[in-house]
Ligand binder design. Structure first.
Ligand SMILES: [Zn+2]
Length: 82
């Protein structure tokens, strides 16, 4: 089974994961309540950003992506220091 650190890296990854990676990731998040909560948190952040971008038509999409990355990096850093 993957470690929580490996799972967090994969959750932050923007690459398209292969089927086996997705299955391993899903198994881990089903069995680990911390990673499952973390996955849901990231999902909420991404959905929130997407909704915000939808409403704000004059926002530069590259700037939004930058802000999302910075936010996720800070969240990841805070999470790793626990
Ligand atoms: Zn975990």
């Amino acid at each position: 089974m993957k470690s929580c650190k490996e799972v967090h890296k994969l959750l932050h990854s923007e690459e398209d994961l292969g089927l086996m990676e997705k299955i391993k990731l899903r198994i881990h998040t089903i069995m680990c309540k911390h990673c499952n909560a973390y996955r849901r948190h990231l999902q909420l952040v991404r959905q929130g950003v997407a909704k915000w971008v939808e409403k704000a038509s004059d926002v530069d999409p590259e700037r939004v992506k930058d802000l999302e990355k910075k936010f996720l990096r800070k969240t990841k850093r805070r999470n790793n220091s626990d």
